[in-house]
Structure formats: C-alpha cells, structure tokens
Design a protein around this ligand. Sequence first.
Ligand code: COI
Length: 327
Amino acid sequence: MKIFVYNYREFDEAEYFQKFSREYQVELGISTEAPALENAHLAQGYEYISIITSRIDAELMRRFHEMGVKMISTRTVGYDHIDLEAAKKYRMQVSNVSYSPECVADYTIMLMLMSIRRMKRIMQREEINDFSLPGIQGRELHNFTVGVLGTGRIGKAVIRDLSGFGCRICAYDRYEDEAVKAYASYEKLDTIYRECDLITLHMPLGDENVHLIDRDAIARMKDGVVIVNTARGGLIDTKALINGIESGKIGAAGLDVIEDEFGMYYYDLKSDVLSKRDLYILRGFPNVVVTPHMAFYTDQAVSDMVRHSIESCILRKEGKEDPWAVL
Ligand code: COI
C-alpha cells in the first residue's frame, strides 16, 4: 500500500518512517511541506495521506477528494485542524493517533513548577549575574488546590503525577473516570474556579468549549490563580488572559499553546516580522512562560505518532477496526 506523508521531518521522523514502512511494507511519498492547494497534486495517486497540524479546510478537502484520496490520518492526538463537516460531505475517512500521555503530563508539571517558582525570571536574572532575592520567592505545590479540566488520558496522568506532590486535586469532565477518583474529587466548573489556586487544561478543543476560559470565567477564579495550558490555545480567550495578567487577577501562566498558532510553530521564523501581537505581549510578562507547542515532543511520542499513522491507514485499507478512527 501507499501513503503520502506531508510535513515529513528528516531530523526526527525519518528513522521511524523508514523503520515502520519497511516493517509494514508500505511505500511512502513524502513532502516536507504542509498540505495546501498548491501542493495537493503531490498526493496524486495516493488514497491515504498523513499530516500534522496544518489546516485542512473544505476547499482542500474537496481537492483531495477529487484526486481520489480516501483517508487523512493526522499524526496528532487533536484533530481540530481538520474540517470534519467537509470530511463527512466528501466521505473522507479521518483518523488521529495516540501516544504516551506521559510526555504532555511531564511537561505540564514542569510548567506548573516553573510558574509557581518564578523560573522565567530566575533564569533571566542568573544570566546577567543578578543573584538577588526580591521578586522571585516561590510557592509550594503541596499548599495548592489544583483544578484539572479534562480527565482523558493526559489529564489522568497529570492527576496521578500531582498526587505525589500532596496537593488537593479537583477534576472536571463531562464523563467521570473511576480511576481519577482515587486521587481527585470531581467538581463543578464553578467550584473549581472558586477554590483552585492553579487550573490546568487537558481537553480537546471543540465548538462547545472555544474560549471556555473567558473574562467571565477568569472573574470567578481566585485572585492570583495560575493557569497552565498544554492543550489547545482556543480554550482561552487570549485578550481576557492578557487583561487578567495585567490586572494581577492571574498570578502566573504557563502556556505551551496559544490561539492562532497555525502556520507559525515548527518553522524557523527568526528573521521574519510576525504579526502576532498577543504572543509578544504574553512573552513580555515576567510571570508568563510561553513555549511553542512542545509538550508532545519526545522520542517516544514521535515514534508512536509515525507508527500509529501508518497502522491506522493499513487497518482502514484492510477494512479492519481502526482504534484511531475519528470518521
Ligand atoms: C497533538 O498531538 O494533538 C499535539 O498537540 C501535538 C502536535 C501539535 C504535534
């Protein structure tokens, strides 16, 4: 079978694409570019394509459909970059992948600790031989009540990790998970906003939760609340976040994702003038750590992303049940 791979990365994915395509006897077509109308023709003759987080809108979906593409596998857990309505319209199969939740869970804990220990300023000051103490006193995690929004695989791993720190943990999800209850109590959103010192987001982004954390939600939170987001930027209204930080309502933030990051992350844009004012503002705050959507980025996760994408296409081709099926 044949799969066309967009956004193919030589420096980290290639070894896994070679390994698994050999193992599963799959012929690969590759492009280092993101899929777009201009390069859709590259996938001519392929029924299966593999992508990462580039947008697949209705127009591009139609183009792939007209070319005979039957399935889009995204080498990511999230699939909010794919227009699923258009996929349904063109009967395009869609799948995602899974990878060990530990990569994001580890990173989340790191951002929590960096935020509450003021690590950004500590590191900046150390670089310029400012070894003074004022302004960088931290807080201890065991004194915190932490709210975890979303208790899927990643949220659950974060809760398990947090349990070792001795903090009180509150969880929120539409579906309660029995395993979570060993460490956390499920609470209403309002209770979480009212009682938690730190709130961390672990839910997929959908129409129903765009800007879940908006001006109103922030107003209901504790003064000095810490917000950590390793899920999707669209869960937070960035303007409201900036206002909350400026007013002091939000004490610190650790953000691995921001709104409007499409087309920006994973490219070297250091010599470009970016029209991303919110990013510049956030980055400028001493109490905000911004990282470029890196929480997933480990050897284990990259291997899983590649392997599952290939396996998912093979399962569909063979008419077998695909555990990563989205559509
Ligand atoms: C995902 O897998 O959904 C991620 O967030 C990581 C991806 C952007 C590479």
